[in-house]
Design a protein around this ligand. Structure first.
Ligand SMILES: *Cc1c(COP(=O)(O)O)cnc(C)c1O
Length: 371
Protein backbone atom coordinates (compact mmCIF):
# COMPACT_ATOMS: atom_id res chain seq x y z
CA UNK A 1 0.00 0.00 0.00
CA UNK A 2 1.16 3.53 -0.70
CA UNK A 3 2.23 5.31 2.47
CA UNK A 4 2.06 8.97 3.38
CA UNK A 5 5.86 9.04 3.20
CA UNK A 6 5.73 7.74 -0.39
CA UNK A 7 3.47 10.62 -1.29
CA UNK A 8 5.38 13.35 0.53
CA UNK A 9 7.11 16.01 -1.54
CA UNK A 10 10.83 15.52 -2.05
CA UNK A 11 12.73 17.01 0.87
CA UNK A 12 9.80 16.88 3.28
CA UNK A 13 10.15 13.30 4.51
CA UNK A 14 13.82 13.83 5.34
CA UNK A 15 13.25 17.11 7.21
CA UNK A 16 14.38 16.98 10.82
CA UNK A 17 11.65 17.94 13.27
CA UNK A 18 12.36 21.28 14.92
CA UNK A 19 12.95 20.51 18.57
CA UNK A 20 11.36 23.24 20.68
CA UNK A 21 11.87 23.49 24.40
CA UNK A 22 9.23 21.58 26.38
CA UNK A 23 6.54 23.43 28.35
CA UNK A 24 8.03 24.22 31.74
CA UNK A 25 4.93 22.75 33.42
CA UNK A 26 5.87 19.39 31.88
CA UNK A 27 9.48 19.66 32.97
CA UNK A 28 8.35 20.53 36.51
CA UNK A 29 5.93 17.59 36.69
CA UNK A 30 8.54 15.12 35.48
CA UNK A 31 11.19 16.36 37.90
CA UNK A 32 8.78 16.56 40.83
CA UNK A 33 9.22 20.32 41.17
CA UNK A 34 6.04 21.60 42.84
CA UNK A 35 6.48 25.31 42.10
CA UNK A 36 6.61 25.97 38.37
CA UNK A 37 7.51 29.58 39.04
CA UNK A 38 10.77 28.41 40.60
CA UNK A 39 11.98 27.21 37.20
CA UNK A 40 14.14 29.58 35.20
CA UNK A 41 13.70 29.12 31.47
CA UNK A 42 16.75 30.57 29.80
CA UNK A 43 16.46 28.57 26.61
CA UNK A 44 14.66 30.59 23.94
CA UNK A 45 16.18 34.06 24.03
CA UNK A 46 13.01 35.61 25.40
CA UNK A 47 12.95 38.96 27.18
CA UNK A 48 12.96 38.33 30.92
CA UNK A 49 11.48 41.81 31.51
CA UNK A 50 8.31 40.66 29.77
CA UNK A 51 6.32 42.58 27.17
CA UNK A 52 6.32 46.36 27.09
CA UNK A 53 3.61 47.67 29.47
CA UNK A 54 2.24 49.70 26.55
CA UNK A 55 1.87 46.48 24.56
CA UNK A 56 0.06 44.78 27.45
CA UNK A 57 -2.39 47.68 27.65
CA UNK A 58 -2.99 47.45 23.89
CA UNK A 59 -3.64 43.70 24.19
CA UNK A 60 -6.22 44.26 26.93
CA UNK A 61 -7.89 46.90 24.86
CA UNK A 62 -8.07 44.72 21.78
CA UNK A 63 -9.32 41.60 23.61
CA UNK A 64 -13.01 42.48 23.30
CA UNK A 65 -12.67 42.79 19.51
CA UNK A 66 -11.32 39.28 18.97
CA UNK A 67 -14.53 38.12 17.23
CA UNK A 68 -13.35 40.23 14.26
CA UNK A 69 -10.89 39.08 11.66
CA UNK A 70 -7.66 41.06 11.80
CA UNK A 71 -6.74 43.72 9.27
CA UNK A 72 -5.15 41.49 6.66
CA UNK A 73 -3.02 44.35 5.36
CA UNK A 74 -1.66 45.39 8.80
CA UNK A 75 -2.35 48.98 7.79
CA UNK A 76 -1.59 50.78 11.06
CA UNK A 77 1.34 48.60 11.98
CA UNK A 78 3.00 49.05 8.60
CA UNK A 79 2.40 52.81 8.82
CA UNK A 80 4.01 52.84 12.27
CA UNK A 81 6.94 50.77 11.09
CA UNK A 82 7.40 52.95 8.01
CA UNK A 83 7.67 56.04 10.24
CA UNK A 84 9.94 54.26 12.68
CA UNK A 85 12.30 52.95 9.99
CA UNK A 86 12.12 55.71 7.39
CA UNK A 87 10.98 53.49 4.53
CA UNK A 88 7.72 53.19 2.60
CA UNK A 89 4.70 51.18 3.77
CA UNK A 90 4.91 49.34 0.43
CA UNK A 91 8.38 48.14 1.43
CA UNK A 92 7.03 46.29 4.47
CA UNK A 93 5.29 43.00 5.14
CA UNK A 94 4.28 41.67 8.55
CA UNK A 95 4.47 37.99 9.34
CA UNK A 96 3.42 35.45 11.94
CA UNK A 97 6.85 35.75 13.50
CA UNK A 98 9.81 36.43 11.25
CA UNK A 99 9.90 32.65 10.87
CA UNK A 100 6.86 32.94 8.65
CA UNK A 101 8.72 35.39 6.44
CA UNK A 102 11.58 32.91 6.12
CA UNK A 103 9.07 30.34 5.00
CA UNK A 104 7.49 32.75 2.51
CA UNK A 105 10.94 33.38 1.06
CA UNK A 106 11.27 29.65 0.57
CA UNK A 107 7.95 29.48 -1.26
CA UNK A 108 8.76 32.45 -3.44
CA UNK A 109 12.42 31.87 -4.32
CA UNK A 110 13.65 28.33 -3.55
CA UNK A 111 13.21 25.10 -5.49
CA UNK A 112 15.23 22.07 -6.59
CA UNK A 113 18.21 23.19 -8.65
CA UNK A 114 18.72 26.34 -6.57
CA UNK A 115 20.92 26.71 -3.52
CA UNK A 116 21.20 28.79 -0.38
CA UNK A 117 24.43 29.94 1.25
CA UNK A 118 24.50 30.25 5.03
CA UNK A 119 27.01 30.07 7.87
CA UNK A 120 27.64 26.66 9.40
CA UNK A 121 26.37 27.60 12.87
CA UNK A 122 23.43 29.81 12.01
CA UNK A 123 19.68 29.71 12.60
CA UNK A 124 18.38 26.23 11.83
CA UNK A 125 15.24 27.52 10.12
CA UNK A 126 17.28 28.61 7.04
CA UNK A 127 18.17 24.94 6.55
CA UNK A 128 14.63 23.73 7.13
CA UNK A 129 13.17 26.16 4.61
CA UNK A 130 15.73 25.18 1.98
CA UNK A 131 15.24 21.45 2.58
CA UNK A 132 11.46 21.74 2.37
CA UNK A 133 11.85 23.45 -1.01
CA UNK A 134 14.37 20.87 -2.24
CA UNK A 135 17.11 23.49 -2.58
CA UNK A 136 20.75 22.70 -1.88
CA UNK A 137 22.30 24.00 1.36
CA UNK A 138 25.82 25.38 1.30
CA UNK A 139 26.88 25.81 4.91
CA UNK A 140 30.12 27.78 5.14
CA UNK A 141 32.56 27.38 8.06
CA UNK A 142 32.77 30.38 10.36
CA UNK A 143 35.78 32.31 11.63
CA UNK A 144 35.85 32.75 15.39
CA UNK A 145 32.11 31.99 15.46
CA UNK A 146 31.47 34.89 13.08
CA UNK A 147 30.16 34.75 9.50
CA UNK A 148 33.11 34.49 7.12
CA UNK A 149 31.68 36.73 4.43
CA UNK A 150 34.57 36.20 2.00
CA UNK A 151 34.15 32.44 2.21
CA UNK A 152 30.40 32.87 1.80
CA UNK A 153 31.00 34.95 -1.36
CA UNK A 154 33.23 32.16 -2.67
CA UNK A 155 30.46 29.60 -2.03
CA UNK A 156 27.99 31.46 -4.27
CA UNK A 157 27.51 30.10 -7.78
CA UNK A 158 24.99 30.62 -10.58
CA UNK A 159 22.47 28.38 -8.80
CA UNK A 160 22.54 30.35 -5.56
CA UNK A 161 19.27 32.19 -4.98
CA UNK A 162 19.58 33.36 -1.36
CA UNK A 163 22.35 34.14 1.12
CA UNK A 164 21.32 34.31 4.77
CA UNK A 165 23.24 36.54 7.16
CA UNK A 166 22.13 36.33 10.79
CA UNK A 167 23.27 39.59 12.32
CA UNK A 168 23.61 39.27 15.28
CA UNK A 169 23.76 35.55 14.62
CA UNK A 170 21.90 32.89 16.58
CA UNK A 171 23.32 30.73 18.22
CA UNK A 172 26.78 32.35 18.28
CA UNK A 173 25.71 35.87 19.34
CA UNK A 174 28.27 37.52 17.06
CA UNK A 175 27.97 40.39 14.55
CA UNK A 176 29.78 40.92 11.28
CA UNK A 177 31.95 44.07 11.17
CA UNK A 178 30.19 46.89 9.24
CA UNK A 179 33.11 47.29 6.83
CA UNK A 180 33.01 43.60 5.96
CA UNK A 181 29.32 43.82 5.36
CA UNK A 182 29.69 46.80 3.03
CA UNK A 183 32.41 45.01 1.10
CA UNK A 184 30.21 41.94 0.82
CA UNK A 185 27.39 44.04 -0.63
CA UNK A 186 29.76 45.57 -3.19
CA UNK A 187 30.89 42.17 -4.38
CA UNK A 188 27.84 39.92 -4.12
CA UNK A 189 26.70 38.79 -7.59
CA UNK A 190 23.63 40.52 -9.00
CA UNK A 191 21.42 37.39 -9.13
CA UNK A 192 21.57 36.68 -5.38
CA UNK A 193 19.09 37.80 -2.74
CA UNK A 194 20.78 38.79 0.52
CA UNK A 195 18.62 38.18 3.60
CA UNK A 196 19.69 40.01 6.74
CA UNK A 197 18.08 38.27 9.70
CA UNK A 198 18.18 40.96 12.36
CA UNK A 199 16.13 39.34 15.12
CA UNK A 200 18.33 40.91 17.83
CA UNK A 201 19.36 44.17 16.17
CA UNK A 202 17.48 46.49 18.55
CA UNK A 203 19.65 45.23 21.40
CA UNK A 204 22.66 47.01 19.91
CA UNK A 205 23.12 50.69 20.72
CA UNK A 206 21.61 52.62 17.76
CA UNK A 207 25.03 53.84 16.57
CA UNK A 208 26.20 50.23 16.27
CA UNK A 209 23.24 49.00 14.25
CA UNK A 210 24.27 48.43 10.63
CA UNK A 211 22.20 50.42 8.14
CA UNK A 212 21.02 47.49 6.02
CA UNK A 213 17.74 49.27 5.27
CA UNK A 214 19.74 51.44 2.86
CA UNK A 215 19.95 48.43 0.54
CA UNK A 216 16.16 48.22 0.61
CA UNK A 217 15.87 51.94 -0.16
CA UNK A 218 18.38 51.52 -3.00
CA UNK A 219 16.25 48.76 -4.51
CA UNK A 220 18.91 46.07 -4.16
CA UNK A 221 18.07 42.35 -3.95
CA UNK A 222 18.06 42.65 -0.17
CA UNK A 223 15.57 41.70 2.52
CA UNK A 224 15.78 42.73 6.18
CA UNK A 225 13.91 40.52 8.67
CA UNK A 226 13.06 41.62 12.19
CA UNK A 227 10.85 40.41 14.98
CA UNK A 228 8.90 41.53 18.02
CA UNK A 229 9.79 38.26 19.78
CA UNK A 230 13.10 39.20 21.31
CA UNK A 231 13.79 42.82 22.29
CA UNK A 232 10.08 43.68 22.42
CA UNK A 233 9.18 40.64 24.50
CA UNK A 234 6.22 39.48 22.38
CA UNK A 235 7.33 35.98 21.34
CA UNK A 236 4.00 34.43 22.34
CA UNK A 237 2.04 36.64 19.97
CA UNK A 238 4.03 35.61 16.87
CA UNK A 239 4.79 38.78 14.98
CA UNK A 240 7.73 39.91 12.89
CA UNK A 241 8.26 41.86 9.70
CA UNK A 242 10.28 42.05 6.55
CA UNK A 243 11.56 45.16 4.76
CA UNK A 244 12.37 44.80 1.08
CA UNK A 245 11.94 46.62 -2.21
CA UNK A 246 8.28 46.84 -3.25
CA UNK A 247 8.61 44.24 -6.01
CA UNK A 248 9.75 41.68 -3.47
CA UNK A 249 7.00 42.56 -1.00
CA UNK A 250 4.41 42.09 -3.77
CA UNK A 251 5.67 38.56 -4.40
CA UNK A 252 5.72 37.62 -0.72
CA UNK A 253 2.21 39.07 -0.36
CA UNK A 254 0.97 36.51 -2.88
CA UNK A 255 2.25 33.49 -1.00
CA UNK A 256 1.03 34.50 2.45
CA UNK A 257 -2.33 33.70 4.00
CA UNK A 258 -4.81 36.61 3.90
CA UNK A 259 -4.94 36.90 7.71
CA UNK A 260 -1.44 35.76 8.63
CA UNK A 261 -0.96 38.18 11.53
CA UNK A 262 -3.52 38.19 14.35
CA UNK A 263 -5.21 41.36 15.52
CA UNK A 264 -3.88 41.35 19.08
CA UNK A 265 -0.33 40.99 17.78
CA UNK A 266 -0.79 43.96 15.45
CA UNK A 267 -2.09 46.16 18.28
CA UNK A 268 0.63 45.09 20.71
CA UNK A 269 3.45 45.46 18.22
CA UNK A 270 2.38 48.97 17.25
CA UNK A 271 2.29 50.00 20.92
CA UNK A 272 5.62 48.33 21.69
CA UNK A 273 7.30 50.18 18.85
CA UNK A 274 6.82 53.48 20.68
CA UNK A 275 8.06 52.19 24.03
CA UNK A 276 11.64 53.45 23.94
CA UNK A 277 11.91 53.14 27.71
CA UNK A 278 11.23 49.40 27.58
CA UNK A 279 13.77 48.89 24.80
CA UNK A 280 16.30 50.87 26.83
CA UNK A 281 15.64 48.84 30.00
CA UNK A 282 16.04 45.68 27.94
CA UNK A 283 19.36 46.85 26.46
CA UNK A 284 20.66 47.61 29.94
CA UNK A 285 19.52 44.25 31.32
CA UNK A 286 21.23 42.46 28.45
CA UNK A 287 24.51 44.38 28.45
CA UNK A 288 24.87 44.09 32.25
CA UNK A 289 23.93 40.42 32.07
CA UNK A 290 26.44 39.69 29.32
CA UNK A 291 29.18 41.41 31.30
CA UNK A 292 28.28 39.41 34.40
CA UNK A 293 28.18 36.09 32.52
CA UNK A 294 31.49 36.76 30.78
CA UNK A 295 33.17 37.61 34.09
CA UNK A 296 31.63 34.65 35.87
CA UNK A 297 32.71 32.27 33.09
CA UNK A 298 36.25 33.62 33.28
CA UNK A 299 36.31 33.24 37.07
CA UNK A 300 34.97 29.70 36.84
CA UNK A 301 37.17 28.71 33.93
CA UNK A 302 34.40 28.11 31.40
CA UNK A 303 35.07 29.14 27.82
CA UNK A 304 32.43 31.34 26.16
CA UNK A 305 31.83 33.16 22.90
CA UNK A 306 31.72 36.95 23.44
CA UNK A 307 28.20 37.94 22.43
CA UNK A 308 26.19 41.07 21.69
CA UNK A 309 22.68 39.58 21.66
CA UNK A 310 20.58 38.40 24.65
CA UNK A 311 22.22 34.99 24.83
CA UNK A 312 25.64 33.45 25.01
CA UNK A 313 27.36 30.18 24.15
CA UNK A 314 29.13 28.69 27.17
CA UNK A 315 31.65 25.90 26.67
CA UNK A 316 30.90 23.18 29.17
CA UNK A 317 32.45 20.11 27.54
CA UNK A 318 29.34 17.92 27.48
CA UNK A 319 26.52 20.24 26.51
CA UNK A 320 23.73 17.66 26.56
CA UNK A 321 24.81 16.43 30.00
CA UNK A 322 25.01 19.95 31.39
CA UNK A 323 21.57 20.72 29.97
CA UNK A 324 20.06 17.68 31.69
CA UNK A 325 21.80 18.34 35.00
CA UNK A 326 20.74 21.99 35.01
CA UNK A 327 17.20 21.03 34.17
CA UNK A 328 17.06 18.80 37.25
CA UNK A 329 18.03 21.90 39.24
CA UNK A 330 15.22 23.90 37.63
CA UNK A 331 17.33 25.90 35.17
CA UNK A 332 16.55 25.30 31.49
CA UNK A 333 19.18 26.15 28.88
CA UNK A 334 19.51 25.02 25.27
CA UNK A 335 21.78 22.13 24.30
CA UNK A 336 23.59 22.80 21.04
CA UNK A 337 24.30 19.37 19.57
CA UNK A 338 21.65 20.04 16.93
CA UNK A 339 23.79 22.97 15.80
CA UNK A 340 27.00 20.93 15.67
CA UNK A 341 28.21 22.60 18.89
CA UNK A 342 27.90 19.70 21.29
CA UNK A 343 30.39 21.05 23.83
CA UNK A 344 28.33 24.22 24.36
CA UNK A 345 25.06 25.26 25.88
CA UNK A 346 23.28 28.44 24.82
CA UNK A 347 21.97 30.48 27.70
CA UNK A 348 19.58 33.40 27.51
CA UNK A 349 20.55 36.48 29.52
CA UNK A 350 18.09 36.74 32.39
CA UNK A 351 17.76 38.92 35.45
CA UNK A 352 20.76 39.26 37.73
CA UNK A 353 19.31 36.64 40.09
CA UNK A 354 18.66 34.22 37.21
CA UNK A 355 22.15 34.68 35.80
CA UNK A 356 23.69 34.04 39.20
CA UNK A 357 21.59 30.93 39.72
CA UNK A 358 22.61 29.67 36.29
CA UNK A 359 26.31 30.07 37.05
CA UNK A 360 25.89 28.40 40.47
CA UNK A 361 24.16 25.47 38.77
CA UNK A 362 26.89 25.19 36.13
CA UNK A 363 29.64 25.21 38.74
CA UNK A 364 27.77 22.66 40.87
CA UNK A 365 27.33 20.38 37.85
CA UNK A 366 31.02 20.54 37.02
CA UNK A 367 32.02 19.79 40.60
CA UNK A 368 29.64 16.83 40.51
CA UNK A 369 31.37 15.59 37.35
CA UNK A 370 34.80 15.88 38.93
CA UNK A 371 33.72 14.09 42.12
C1 LIG B 1 14.18 34.15 17.28
C2 LIG B 1 14.73 34.26 15.92
C3 LIG B 1 13.93 34.51 14.79
C4 LIG B 1 12.48 34.62 14.70
O1 LIG B 1 11.65 34.57 15.60
P1 LIG B 1 10.10 34.78 15.42
O2 LIG B 1 9.64 34.55 16.80
O3 LIG B 1 9.60 33.80 14.42
O4 LIG B 1 9.90 36.18 14.95
C5 LIG B 1 14.54 34.65 13.56
N1 LIG B 1 15.84 34.56 13.42
C6 LIG B 1 16.63 34.32 14.46
C7 LIG B 1 18.09 34.25 14.22
C8 LIG B 1 16.11 34.16 15.73
O5 LIG B 1 16.92 33.89 16.74
Amino acid sequence: MTTFEDLANPGVASLPIYEPGRPIEEVARELGIADVASIDKLASNENELGPSPLAIAAMHESAAQMHRYPDGGCYYLRAGLARHLGIGTDQLLAGNGSNELLELLGHAFLRPGRSIVMAEHAFVVYRLVAMAAGAEIRAVPMRAFTHDLDAMLAAIDERTAVVFIGNPNNPTGTVVPPAGLARFMERVPGHVIVVFDEAYIELLPPEEQPDTLRYVREGRLAIVLRTFSKTYGLAGLRIGYGAAPTACIRLLDRVRQPFNVNAMAQAAALAALDDDAHVQRTRTLVSEGLAYLAGACQDAGFGYVPAVANFMLIEVGQGRQAFEALQRQGVIVRPMDGYGLGSYVRVTVGTRAQNERLMRALRAWREGCAA
